[in-house]
Design a protein around this ligand. Structure first.
Ligand SMILES: [Zn+2]
Length: 396
């Protein structure tokens, strides 16, 4: 390992990264890995200890002599506030700095009520979940919303999908009550981040497809989420199917896969065929009972999703396609049709090692994805160094 020159001295933020990743567990390790002098290591470790980001542990001596003091990342040194908004269900939680949920609540809420109703309700819930933890514990906020989001600004962009939210810039509204970094992304990107980090941390290329009330996808490419120029990457729901009957989609086009194969579309088509179905659970009951007409419609939906996915697989060449969302989770026949079509229609090279798997984290992927998103930001060396500078300035 080359020793660093004065120009590239490791900062406190980098020292935290080394401790967090386990690359360095003692002050001696830090000196060796960074090339910093002993006093310089001490200064940075002291800062991190003072900020509560690192704790010292002393193991009982096993063979006599003084054991070295181990440095550990302190997951209990703060919390992040997270919220995974769905079209109809929302989960709100607080997590520690390792992303472990400390307290959470799930409720049915129509996001179309708009930000003036929804955001205060979420912030009140965070306050309740925080209990008597002091505000200084709060390090950041991570949110997933069912709309296209211009990630850099946290601005919701989709006009026809979450109409009352169009153009709303969420972070400043949250920061009025919680003055910390606020990160907002679309709900499916957040699910993709959660599933990637929680279930497939060693894979760099993953596509998460959510089949629920709506259809959407989040793409992890080269280890990071693919957002595209305006945050609209992965919006596969509005790719048209080949053999549609001219169904008008809420986006204004016709025969989008969302308008012919989502949970909403299935319910609509089954009702039109005279079935008494109000929820996805009712459809599940018909599938379990072996109702031929329902099974055929579910298979058709799967085939159409598969056709669109086959195109996406050809472009992106993921190692794994994860199928999540309540519709995908409920229907075996849907998933098998999707698999069959993707393997048949994608190129041989793209499918040579492709796995198509059900979501392992299920509904929990939303909350853990929000936590990962905000923690990656607030614990990054740059962000940690910036807060250090601020606290040093305050002290001066
Ligand atoms: Zn559409």
């Amino acid at each position: 390992m080359p020793r660093r020159t004065a120009a590239t001295l490791a900062t406190s933020g980098e020292v935290l990264r080394l401790i967090r990743s386990g690359e360095a567990v003692t002050r001696a390790d830090l000196g060796r890995v960074t090339g910093l002098s002993r006093p310089a290591v001490q200064l940075r470790v002291d800062e991190l200890l003072e900020r509560g980001l690192v704790v010292e542990r002393t193991d009982a001596p096993s063979t006599g002599g003084r054991p070295p003091v181990r440095l550990e990342f302190n997951a209990a040194g703060g919390v992040v506030l997270v919220a995974a908004l769905g079209a109809s269900r929302t989960r709100v939680a607080i997590c520690d700095l390792a992303g472990v949920e400390l307290a959470g609540r799930e409720f049915a809420m129509d996001v179309e009520q708009g930000p003036d109703v929804v955001l205060p309700l979420i912030m009140d819930t965070w306050d309740e979940l925080l209990g008597d933890r002091p505000p200084s514990m709060i390090r950041g906020v991570g949110m997933g919303v069912p709309a296209t989001v211009e990630f850099a600004h946290g601005r919701t962009e989709s006009a026809r999908v979450m109409a009352s939210w169009t153009g709303v810039v969420i972070p400043p509204i949250i920061r009025e009550r919680f003055p910390v970094p606020v990160l907002v992304d679309n709900d499916v990107n957040v699910l993709a981040i959660g599933e990637h980090r929680g279930a497939y941390p060693d894979l760099d290329d993953l596509m998460f497809v959510k089949v629920s009330t709506r259809i959407g996808a989040g793409v992890v490419a080269g280890g990071g989420i693919l957002r595209g120029a305006m945050g609209a990457a992965g919006e596969i729901g509005h790719i048209p199917v080949l053999d549609g009957a001219g169904v008008l989609c809420r986006c204004g086009n016709t025969d989008c896969v969302d308008s012919v194969a989502s949970g909403t579309a299935l319910l609509r088509d089954l009702r039109a065929a005279g079935k008494d179905v109000k929820t996805i659970a009712d459809v599940t009951a018909l599938v379990r009972a072996g109702d031929a007409e329902t099974m055929a419609m579910v298979r058709t939906a799967g085939r159409r999703i598969g056709e669109v996915l086959a195109g996406a697989v050809n472009i992106l060449n993921p190692s794994v396609v994860v199928l999540g969302g309540d519709v995908a989770e409920a229907f075996g026949p849907l998933v098998s049709s999707i698999r069959e079509v993707v393997y048949r229609r994608s190129t041989a090279l793209a499918t040579r090692r492709l796995r198509i798997e059900p979501s392992r984290l299920g509904a929990g992927a939303g909350i853990s994805g929000c936590a990962v998103m905000v923690l990656d930001h607030v614990l990054s060396p740059e962000a940690v160094d910036e807060t250090m500078t601020v606290s040093l300035l305050r002290r001066a």
